[in-house]
Structures are given as C-alpha cells and as structure tokens.
Write a protein that binds this ligand. Structure first.
Ligand SMILES: *[C@@H]1O[C@H](CO)[C@@H](O)[C@H](O)[C@H]1NC(C)=O
Ligand SMILES: *[C@@H]1O[C@H](CO)[C@@H](O)[C@H](O)[C@H]1NC(C)=O
Ligand SMILES: [Zn+2]
Length: 306
C-alpha cells in the first residue's frame, strides 16, 4: 500500500514538475505543466530580486510625503480605438502614446503605453496589491514609460523608466456605463491570442475623476510578470473604481492558453525587504471639530497665503 503511494507520488512529480512557460497557480494542470509564481525566479533571475511587486501595503507604516502632489493628466480625455488582446495572462489594450502623466512626485513626464488587468474567480479576490491584507476583486495597471523612450524594452533598462498607475475595483450595485466598451470587447477575446478593436474609449473614462485621485501610495518595485524587471515607480490610488458583479464576472469568461478559465491571474505579494512605502499628502480625512475649524478658517480667509 505504502509502496503504491510512493509510486503514485513519484509519477506525480515526474509528470507535474516538467518545465514550461510561466503561469499563474490557477492555470497549472498536470497535463500542461508550467512554471507557477514560486518558480519564476528559477527561470527569470529578476523575479528572485529584492524589490519585487506586488506588495501588501500596511497603511500605518506608510510615510506621508508632501512631495506626492496631485498628478497632472494630459490627453487622458483623448478617445482612441485600440487593439484589445488576450495575451494568455491577461487582457491587454495597446494605447496610442498620446496620454501623459506628470506631477505626483514623478521626476519627469511619462506616457501611457498599455493597460491590462488582474482579477479573481467570478468577482472573488483578485487584485495584486493588497491594503492592510485586503485583496480587492480586480486591479487595473496603466503602464507608462518616460516620454523620451519609444519602446518598453528600452524603458525597462532605466531603473526609473516605467511608472505604473494602479487602481483597485470595488463591487457596486449599479452598472458602470463607462466600462461598456471594455466589457463588451471581452467576448471577442475569449481565446488566448484573440484580438479585437476597442470602440472609442478614453483612459479618463476608466478611472475615477481627477479630484478623487489625490490619495495614493508610492513605492519602488518591479513588473509583476516575468521578467519582473525592477524598473517601476508604483502608484496605487486609494479610491476604487466601481463595477457591478456582472461586469466583474465578465473577465472570468476569458481562457488561458490551455483552455482553463482565466481567473486568479495575480502574483502573490512579495517581501518588502526594507523598502519604505510613502503616501500622498492628500490623505486627510477631516471630520467633526477639525472639519468645522477648517471650514471656519476658509470662511475667515485664514488659510489665504497673503
Ligand atoms: C489578430 O488576430 C488575427 C486572427 O484572428 C491574426 O491574424 C492577427 O495577427 C492578430 N493580430 C495581433 C496584433 O495579434
Ligand atoms: C469620489 O470620491 C467621493 C468621496 O470619497 C465618493 O463619494 C465618490 O463616489 C467618488 N467618485 C468615484 C467615481 O469614485
Ligand atoms: Zn499588471
């Protein structure tokens, strides 16, 4: 009996540890062995680095930094018709290099290159970053590179070449009409390598209004997929994007290369290794007496600099 177990175990290992492409844990099957996140570092050396992403953000340890001012979004309202593609790991949209961000404590202007998402199983936990251990249902990554670069590969050779703006989602009871174009495009990219053209959409319509983007976290990390290059200035916005359950679930209709549902396409959180996480100065929640005092100060002109 024991011998049979051993034989079974041995064949299990022989069958299941064969190398393959990188994948998420949810994609692994014995029929299609692939390198799950804990093995990425064996094949892609940067994935075993000291400044990896995503991370869990412990809010009480985030240091307030006055230099983390609001972002200046340029051409984020620009409508575009872009290529939407199931790349086997996510749904990715290549955007024209027209929309830029500056400010927000960035040293220079960065332009948007592509965006993609990470999600759970039918609206379950699926974000990559977590806040005080909480995992949101989905996370949007708008990938930017320094204005002067023309391709992401070159930008990744600069330790601050890439800036990713990360947004969390929350389940809401009402449909988010601004996501109609993205959600509708999903049915045309169910299969890996499937592609379609997005109906006119802007980056601005996919994220919260600008006045809701002043509270955010900042740290230095990496791409969250192989090669895991440590060249990313991360920004995670506190204000989540609302989607209803049906919209969140629509992403789970996509398929991995092996035909399994594309769910749980997030990398587990990585060790901080002494890195400091900063938060913007805009995280001020005024209430009660403080709010009254602030309102009075404004009314009396006390906050005017002259
Ligand atoms: C889009 O899909 C078609 C097949 O449906 C394929 O011929 C084409 O190469 C794909 N384009 C891209 C950019 O992936
Ligand atoms: C913007 O922030 C306010 C205050 O927190 C919130 O009530 C509102 O729902 C937010 N809007 C969006 C679109 O997230
Ligand atoms: Zn991502």
């Amino acid at each position: 009996m024991q011998q049979l177990t051993l034989v079974l175990l041995a064949s299990f290992w022989a069958f299941c540890t064969g190398s393959g492409d990188w994948c998420y844990q949810s994609q692994f099957t014995c029929d299609h062995p692939c390198n799950t996140p804990e093995k990425w570092g064996h094949v892609f050396k940067d994935c075993a680095g000291e400044q990896q992403s995503p991370i869990n953000i412990v809010t009480r340890k985030a240091l307030k930094d006055e230099r983390l001012t609001p972002f200046l979004f340029n051409n984020y309202q620009q409508m575009f018709r872009a290529l939407v593609r199931n790349n086997g790991h996510s749904v990715q949209v290549e955007v024209p290099h027209l929309s830029t961000v500056a400010g927000g404590g960035l040293s220079t202007t960065y332009k948007a290159v592509q965006f993609h998402l990470h999600w759970g199983n039918n609206g379950g936990p699926g974000s990559e970053h977590t806040i005080d251990g909480e995992q949101y249902p989905m996370e949007l990554h708008i990938v930017h590179m320094k204005q002067r670069y023309t391709d992401l590969k070159t930008a990744l050779s600069d330790p601050e070449g890439v800036a990713v703006l990360g947004f969390f989602y929350e389940r809401s009871s009402s449909v988010n009409k601004k996501y109609d174009t993205i959600v509708k495009s999903l049915k045309n990219v169910i299969a890996t390598n499937g592609n379609t053209t997005l109906l006119p959409t802007s980056l601005a319509q996919l994220i919260p209004p600008q006045q809701n983007l002043t509270s955010y976290y900042r740290y230095k990390g990496s791409l969250t997929t192989p090669g895991c290059t440590e060249a990313v200035i991360w920004t995670l916005f506190e204000n989540p994007i609302p989607l209803n359950n049906e919209q969140l679930r629509a992403f789970s209709d996509l398929k991995f290369h092996n035909g399994k549902p594309m769910v749980g396409n997030f990398r587990p959180v990585q060790p901080l290794n002494g890195r400091q996480v900063f938060r913007s100065g805009g995280v001020v929640i005024l209430s009660g007496p403080a709010l009254l005092a602030a309102t009075l100060a404004v009314a009396l002109g006390l906050s005017q600099p002259n």
